[in-house]
Design a protein around this ligand. Structure first.
Ligand SMILES: Nc1nc2c(ncn2[C@@H]2O[C@H](COP(=O)(O)OP(=O)(O)O)[C@@H](O)[C@H]2O)c(=O)[nH]1
Ligand SMILES: [Mg+2]
Ligand SMILES: [Zn+2]
Length: 298
């Protein structure tokens, strides 16, 4: 049976690129439906999935089976992403560190192998943001400073995209589409906060789409990832999604330690010694609290 990759989904159709074909600006895609059996499972096939399909006489196809996924990012769902570039603006809108941490945890939870932070709109920030980024650099994240308007950081992002499937996550209005257009003008993505609001008002389907970049690599264009689903994650695993907390967890006296109120906690001791940052610890507590509140509501 032939296999291929789902490049986009729309209104119950799945557009598949046959294996061996190249993803170009205007690729030849096979429009497929789902076989009833997998149709009944919500989210069984999403953009980025590798699938087996049967060709029908009329030139369309039927997806019979989804092949195993490397990764799955939620809201909107995209499978098999190699890298996520979490994008925020330094100004307009002002950077919100709690939200940045929520996006980082979302990416760690989704098991995305490469997680990069991109801070856009450097042209609006006269001062250095080095102090702001220190906790994230210390945690092991690569941070790129960029300006889509002044073409700063564009070459660095281009080199990161090569050979990978990369999603740009982050709040709306930070300049994700503008950065992608600066990276490859052929993408000609719509920019501007107002146009996005109009789109949402029209109840367009929240669909993701894979796009090739001229300088190499594939990017995922999405209407924007949401970091709202974090309440679903297991509170016992949360600390492990903060890479710099990982080696400290085994130093906790209680193996059920939530690193909030317990004595002799490896993470709280590291905080007191200045080894981990207050900002990251506060984000941990905040997300922990939202998980606990959700549990209570049920
Ligand atoms: N000053 C400045 N504005 C930018 C920059 N990048 C994007 N913008 C503006 O920010 C707004 C939102 O950009 P857009 O790319 O649509 O953001 P998205 O919602 O993240 O895709 C638009 O008005 C852009 O012109 C930048 O580097 N500097
Ligand atoms: Mg956009
Ligand atoms: Zn602890």
């Amino acid at each position: 049976m032939p296999t291929g990759q789902v490049i986009k989904t729309y209104n119950g159709f799945y557009y598949v690129l046959e294996d061996g074909r190249e993803l170009t600006q205007n690729p030849e895609l096979l429009s497929c439906r789902l076989r009833g059996r997998i149709k009944r499972i919500k989210g069984s096939v999403v953009t980025g999935d590798m699938v087996e399909y049967e060709l029908l006489g009329d030139g369309t196809g039927v997806i019979e089976k989804r092949l195993p996924r490397k990764t799955l990012l939620h809201r909107p769902s995209v499978a098999n992403i190699d890298q996520v570039i979490i994008t925020f603006a330094l100004r307009e809108p002002d950077i919100n560190s709690l939200l940045l941490n929520r996006f980082l945890v979302l990416a760690e939870w989704s098991d995305i192998p490469e997680i990069v932070i991109c801070l856009n709109k450097t042209d609006l920030l006269p001062a250095s943001a080095d102090e702001f980024v220190k906790p994230y650099v210390d945690a092991g994240y690569r941070v790129i400073f960029a300006s889509a308007h002044e073409k700063q950081g564009i070459e660095e992002i281009r080199s990161l995209l090569k050979g990978k499937v990369t999603a740009f996550a982050g709040p709306s209005g930070v300049g994700k589409s503008s950065l992608l257009n600066a990276i490859d003008s052929n993408l000609s993505l719509t920019t501007g906060v107002i146009s996005e609001k109009i789109k949402r008002g029209k109840h367009t389907t929240r669909a993701a789409c894979l796009l090739p970049v001229a300088s190499g690599g594939i990017v995922v264009d999405t209407p924007g990832f949401s970091a709202a689903e974090l309440e679903q994650l297991d509170k016992n695993l949360l600390a492990g999604y903060f890479p710099e907390f990982r080696p400290l967890i085994e130093k906790c006296y209680y193996n059920t330690c939530t690193h909030s109120h317990e004595p002799d906690c490896g993470i709280k001791n590291a905080l007191a010694e200045g080894i981990i940052s207050q900002e990251r610890y506060d984000a941990y507590l905040n997300i922990l609290q939202s998980i606990l509140e959700r549990k209570k509501a049920y």
